[in-house]
Write a protein that binds this ligand. Structure first.
Ligand SMILES: [Fe+2]
Length: 203
């Protein structure tokens, strides 16, 4: 791909592949990826295209992600997540199992909650957690979610659009779920993956 004609997604994929080729350590990979990801989130063509991405529809207890790209060599996946204004209810507190995740807001605002686990995880179906972070995030802001980190993204009454980069395509393995009022923990499949184009094809 010629660097002068590539679009923002192709540029981000190229930079991510170059980083992953030169850095094998997951923690260093995922902390070093933010600048290239920030560039993707700031791209006017991506922001414009995201206005037409379909609304993700949770069903059968599963969230839905748009799937833009899966890397054939390194396995990382690029998702979109659109949430309509009227998604309400209790925050879905969860972790992403063994995945590293970069979550970047493209449009709108939402709340990011982080939790600390207080029990040792040895009792089946049981978890005690405590909220440690509750912050409002907006366009361009990036959150790195490490394996098994407990968190929730909560809508605040406006349409929000996010781009998510994961170390592996989600949806085929269980992720952790937390119901803090009942001190309950269970696992269920991650988001359904709906193939979608991030950017319109060039004329
Ligand atoms: Fe999440």
């Amino acid at each position: 791909m010629d660097a002068r004609t590539e679009n923002a997604l192709q540029r981000f994929v190229r930079k991510t592949r170059a980083l992953f080729a030169s850095e094998a350590d997951p923690e260093r990979r995922w902390t070093a990826l933010s600048p290239a990801f920030a560039e993707l989130l700031a791209d006017p063509a991506v922001i414009e295209a995201s206005r037409s991405w379909p609304d993700c529809m949770p069903s059968d207890g599963r969230a839905e992600n748009l799937l833009f790209y899966v890397d054939p060599d390194y396995g990382f996946a690029i998702n979109g997540l659109t949430k309509a204004t009227d998604q309400s209810g209790a925050p879905r507190i969860h972790h992403h199992a063994h995945l590293y995740t970069l979550y970047g807001v493209l449009d709108g605002h939402e709340r990011m909650e982080r939790y600390e686990r207080l029990d040792d995880g040895t009792r089946a179906g049981y978890a005690e957690i405590r909220r440690t972070v509750d912050s409002t995030v907006g366009p361009g802001e990036i959150d790195l979610v490490r394996p098994y980190e407990v968190h929730a993204e909560v809508t605040v009454g406006e349409r929000t659009v996010a781009v998510i980069v994961r170390s592996e395509k989600a949806g085929s393995f269980n992720q952790g779920r937390f119901l803090p009022d009942e001190k309950r923990y269970y696992e269920s499949l991650g988001p359904k993956q709906t193939p979608c184009e991030m950017l319109p094809a060039r004329a």
